[in-house]
Design a protein around this ligand. Structure first.
Ligand SMILES: [Zn+2]
Ligand SMILES: [Zn+2]
Length: 422
């Protein structure tokens, strides 16, 4: 097995060398002739002056959703430490009826969300599976960034309680708002702050398949998840005959097995293999086995879960999906499951209808701006308490009035406003 693999690599290297050698010396030997022929055949498929008709990518903001279609976008598929390639857990569900829901909003995911170029008014519903930072660490970025980007509706957050109030979502959100006092108060009276409010719904983590959201034909239920301590949940969204299940973090459990059978898309954690934790992150074997198989679901366990629930598509996430880690994950999943499977990475996009599930990658532009608000902005509310600089700080200001007058004049002329330098 290993030997034939090696021979394959050597043959590829040899062919490539012949090709490169030919290129370099302008020679036409047999190897080069074959390569040239193959190249010519490719060129005739698409004219260099005409657009390719079918592009196998998702370009954000360019596709209508059909009325019966669900689009799921991976905005975070990695591990607790966000990295350039993968943010921590975050999934966006968009429905043909116009509704959008975020499930978890882990560290680094706000950047992925921004790449999708969705006006922030529509990104106002977040469902948090549990209160590990890799599942809600970017809530502040969405909350405050949304205000700056003209989200003029409150941010609504749903999350579980726990065995004590201090471990529940409500307590976390109370503390979160306190933490953001300076941020929020400095915006009051300076901009449209109708979106500077949190609306929190805490629900019973232990309830089984209980409805926590129902509106506009969408039903969201939760089941308990098993992950270190009481509190975590998994979500099941149902709309228009389509079912989306998202585990957040969980060890395989009986509720998932019972309530996610045959769902259309089953997104379940599949932790990086214990051997990768030892080899890449320096875990001891004991810690790797504990974290990778007891606190989380290992790839082979993930496969077991999917073999039993038989979704239309199984999606494995919560691992660093790289050239040198994915083979072990896939090998272990395939020991126990041979059905439809996607190994998720950030910007993977799933379009789901009753007839088809299309999996593509999004092509994103890094230099995007937030989309303008879809609701007309209003001037800052004069009734709002505006925080003011102290006399000491005011006296420290250096005002270049001549420069500012030029700026004001330029803006007034260009946009027809009539503002005066204060
Ligand atoms: Zn967790
Ligand atoms: Zn996690």
């Amino acid at each position: 097995m290993k030997k034939s693999y090696l021979i394959g690599i050597m043959a590829t290297v040899a062919i490539l060398s012949i090709y490169l050698l030919g290129q370099h010396h302008g020679r036409s030997d047999e190897g080069l002739a074959i390569t040239k022929e193959a190249h010519a055949a490719d060129v005739t498929k698409a004219s260099p002056v005409k657009a390719i008709q079918e592009r196998d990518m998702y370009y954000p903001g360019t596709e209508d959703l059909a009325p019966d279609e669900m689009r799921v976008t991976a905005c975070g598929t990695g591990m607790p430490n966000a990295r350039p390639k993968q943010a921590a857990a975050c999934w966006l569900v968009e429905l043909g009826n116009g509704d959008k829901f975020l499930f978890d909003i882990g560290t680094g995911s706000a950047e992925r969300i921004s790449a999708l170029q969705i006006p922030y008014n529509y990104l106002n519903k977040v469902f948090i599976g549990h209160l590990h930072s890799d599942h809600f660490g970017d809530l502040d970025a969405l909350y405050c960034g949304g205000i700056v980007a003209n989200r003029v509706v409150p941010l609504e957050v749903w999350g579980p309680n726990s065995t004590e109030p201090k471990y529940g979502t409500k307590a976390a959100m109370d503390a979160f708002e306190k933490m953001l006092a300076w941020d929020i108060d400095t915006r009051m009276g300076n901009t449209d702050t109708r979106g500077a409010f949190l609306k929190v719904t805490e629900f019973d983590y232990a309830a089984v398949n209980k409805v926590i959201y129902q509106k506009n034909g969408v039903t969201i239920r939760t089941i308990p998840a098993i992950h270190i301590f009481d509190g975590p949940v998994s979500f099941i969204l149902e709309w228009n005959g389509l079912k989306f299940a998202y585990s957040s973090d969980t060890f395989p459990n009986k509720w998932w097995l019972k309530h996610t059978k045959n769902v259309d898309i089953s997104i379940h954690e599949c932790f990086v293999s214990p051997e990768s934790l030892v080899e890449k992150q320096g875990f001891t074997p004991q810690a790797a086995l504990n974290v990778g198989t007891q606190i989380h679901t290992s790839p082979a366990q993930f496969g077991k879960v999917m073999a039993e629930t038989k979704p239309r598509l199984a999606v494995a996430y919560h691992f660093f999906n790289d050239f040198d880690t994915a083979p072990a994950v896939l090998r272990d999943v395939r020991m126990t499951y041979d059905g439809p499977l996607a190994l998720a990475t950030d910007y993977m996009v799933f379009n789901i209808t009753k007839d088809e599930i299309k999996v593509r990658m999004a092509a994103v532009e890094e230099a995007v701006w937030p989309q303008p608000s879809t609701i007309p902005l209003v001037p800052p509310d004069p009734k709002l308490q505006r925080v003011a600089l102290s006399q000491k700080m005011i006296e420290g200001r250096v005002v270049h009035r001549d420069v500012l007058e030029d700026v004001y004049k330029h803006i007034n002329e260009k946009f027809g406003s009539n503002e005066m330098v204060p």
